[in-house]
Design a protein around this ligand. Structure first.
Ligand SMILES: [Zn+2]
Length: 459
């Protein structure tokens, strides 16, 4: 039997991508007609300081139990770092000038700007190893200089990040450097939102950062289809770490526990860190949140053409199967291997253009077509789930950039969006007690905070 030609098949793909380019993804995600109902609670160890971004609901400070018991104090403060005292004293009474590093700046150009000599720069860099960190300046970081009346550099501060500052001080014996580290406090925050619009929109309204939204989608992405499967009224609650310096929030840490209600189904996940420091999310009973396969090889891409064994060709008006899923995405978007496996083909295959095929064990294989370029894994290499094996393009017969993705079980094409995948390994039996001990308080905090919020929402 003659197989359908790749050329005709991919001509259909190109028809579906034209639509894609006329209907960009972002407005679809951001524009909606539903009223937002979202709120965020923010817990700190000071009772008067429950903050929120303004949303529809009333916010009050909540005390969360750390061990299943109510306490009158907020108990989440866990200092992580200690201050490393600077050995060089900070000069008093000097005026400091600050420079924010821009693209194209070099240490030499910045020193010149402050009328500091190349010799001074050389002496600072050569003074000791930590001073060499100055060589790593990046746009957006700040440098501060203190100079005396004849423009000699007396002190230099280089803010490496929110936490670390390199301090260089002139002494009688030359420059001395030290790294000052501010104490970081970690507290637990809760965010909840009802999705009326899109995950990104509503989560952002609830004060959740992009990074945390991505983490949330990665945790539940195995069970929930975030690009197609959300419905208005779906909701989530998150317990996550937030990091503070002097009471000011600098960044969010990891999600510790989360619940997602999707179309009537409730999913729960909790973070467990093993002895080696390796973190993974599990359901409360210790089952893995991961599956052996990712549902989608690209995050948040719109499906522009579904798996359909009886699809009617829009031009030829004949039935011809589309044995994969097309994802609309811009050229260069990374494509992930959906499961661990070995690359058994990497090359050009007719109308498919640049293709990678991954074999996963005996039964499964996955195919990724129309790549603009390949990832760094060659034919024959082993890849881990989530590793980039190529980039979206329009090689072969495709008029617009998209990924054509196929999934086979025992050689038979299956719909990758609906096929049931086996779960990854659950928590190991000998770790179960430790797992319960570590995760029960987190789930307790999540449940308690949710209840309090529900009570608040009662009329
Ligand atoms: Zn396709």
């Amino acid at each position: 039997m003659k197989k359908p030609s790749l050329i005709n098949r991919d001509y259909k793909h190109s028809l579906s991508t034209v639509k894609t380019r006329q209907r960009p993804l972002v407005p679809l995600l951001l524009v909606g007609t539903f009223v937002l109902l979202a709120t965020v609670f923010y817990f700190k160890n000071t009772t008067s300081n429950a903050q929120t971004n303004k949303t529809a609901l009333q916010i009050v400070p909540i005390n969360l139990p750390s061990d299943g018991q109510d306490t009158s104090e907020h108990t989440f403060k866990t200092p992580q770092k200690t201050v490393i005292e600077s050995t060089a004293s900070t000069p008093q009474g000097l005026s400091w000038k600050q420079h924010t590093i821009k693209s194209g700046d070099s240490l030499a150009s910045i020193f010149k700007r402050f009328n500091l000599s190349a010799t001074t720069l050389h002496n600072i860099i050569q003074s000791d190893d930590s001073a060499k960190l100055l060589k790593n300046i990046k746009p957006g970081q700040t440098l501060r200089f203190a100079q005396n009346s004849d423009n000699t550099c007396v002190a230099l501060d280089y803010a490496i990040n929110n936490i670390k500052t390199l301090q260089v001080r002139a002494t009688a014996t030359g420059f001395q450097s030290s790294i000052n580290e501010k104490p970081v406090e970690t507290s637990h925050s809760l965010a909840t939102a009802v999705i009326q619009n899109s995950l990104f929109y509503d989560a952002k309204q609830a004060g959740v950062s992009d990074k945390t939204i991505m983490e949330l989608a990665n945790i539940f992405g195995w069970d929930i289809d975030f690009s197609q499967g959300l419905r208005p009224g779906d909701s989530f609650s998150l317990l996550y770490e937030s990091k503070h310096i002097n009471g000011e929030r600098i960044e969010n840490g990891h999600i510790l526990a989360a619940e997602f209600n999707n179309r009537g189904d409730k999913y729960q996940a909790v973070r467990f860190i093993d002895k080696d420091g390796h973190a993974e999310y599990f359901a409360a009973d210790g089952k893995s949140m991961r599956k052996t396969f990712l549902r989608n090889p690209i995050d948040f891409a719109r499906v522009s053409s579904h798996f359909n064994l009886r699809r009617k060709h829009p031009v030829l008006n004949r039935i011809r199967a589309h044995k994969g899923v097309d994802y609309a995405a811009s050229s260069g978007t990374p494509i992930k291997a959906t499961g661990d496996g070995r690359i058994i083909f990497r090359g050009v295959k007719g109308g498919y253009g640049r293709v990678v095929i991954v074999q996963h064990g005996q039964q499964y294989s996955s195919l990724y077509a129309h790549m603009s370029k390949y990832g760094r894994y060659k034919n024959g290499s082993y890849v881990k789930q989530g590793q980039t094996i190529g980039y979206v393009g329009k090689s072969g017969l495709a008029t617009g950039p998209h990924l054509h993705y196929e999934f086979r079980v025992n050689g038979v094409h299956r719909n990758p969006l609906t096929t049931k995948f086996p779960a990854a390994s659950p928590i190991k039996k000998h770790l179960l007690a430790e797992f319960k001990q570590q995760t029960a308080p987190l789930l307790g905090q999540l449940a308690h905070a949710k209840q309090t919020q529900l009570a608040l929402n009662q009329p």
